[in-house]
Design a binder for this molecule. Structure first.
Ligand code: IMP
Length: 182
């Protein structure tokens, strides 16, 4: 299959490695939530590809909700200000919620989202994150299901963007810094 692969992006994690890891996480989630129904809360936009793959690999009934947040604008640094751009369509009180994040960088977004969610009284909140960049963490956050730990590089692809581009790459790659506006 021909796939989009721009020259300014160096592959970091291949499509195959992502698929294998997503399958492992889904198997673990399916075991640990056996007999229950799960609300997969996909944090837009970056986690839409991860959430779609994870949802289809989980062998349990799931309900999918979307939460739109914006923390970066067109920059590559977190502003620390998280704005909710789209809210849930149905309440989650009494439900087991799995927050699905693309990447935990400073941890500010996840800390904010956990607090927001807690006030909606779900039975439980856990977090699945595809990527974690521990070098930049500002708030300690608990990630229950983690895909990969990466160095302090700006990554794109598999849902993640730079200025709204590259989300449709099938792999995760590092964007050449010369393409990042300073
Ligand atoms: P945090 O609040 O700093 O943890 O940032 C979380 C959000 O920033 C993620 O959900 C991403 O949308 C975005 N982000 C952080 N690092 C990267 C990156 O390397 N590439 C693309 N987006 C990123």
């Amino acid at each position: 299959m021909s796939a989009f692969s721009p020259p300014e992006v160096r592959e970091l994690i291949s499509e195959k490695r992502i698929a294998d890891r997503v399958a492992e996480l889904a198997a673990q989630i399916s075991r640990e939530y056996a007999g229950r129904q799960l609300v997969l809360l996909c944090v837009l936009k970056g986690s839409f590809v991860f959430a779609a793959d994870l949802a289809r690999a989980i062998a349990l009934p799931v309900r999918v909700e979307f939460l739109g947040v914006r923390s970066y604008g067109a920059d590559t640094k977190s502003s620390g200000v998280v704005q909710i751009t789209q809210d849930l369509t149905r309440p989650v009180d009494g439900e087991d919620v799995l927050l699905v994040e693309d990447i935990v960088d400073t941890g500010l977004t996840l800390t904010y989202l956990r607090e927001q969610l807690r006030s909606r009284n779900p039975a439980s909140i856990k977090v699945a994150a595809l990527l974690h960049k521990p070098a930049r963490i500002q708030r300690e956050v608990e990630i229950d299901y983690l895909g990969f730990t990466i160095d302090d590089v700006f990554v794109v692809g598999y849902g993640l963007d730079y200025a709204e581009r590259y989300r449709n790459l099938r792999f995760l790659g590092v964007l050449d810094p010369e393409h990042i506006a300073s």
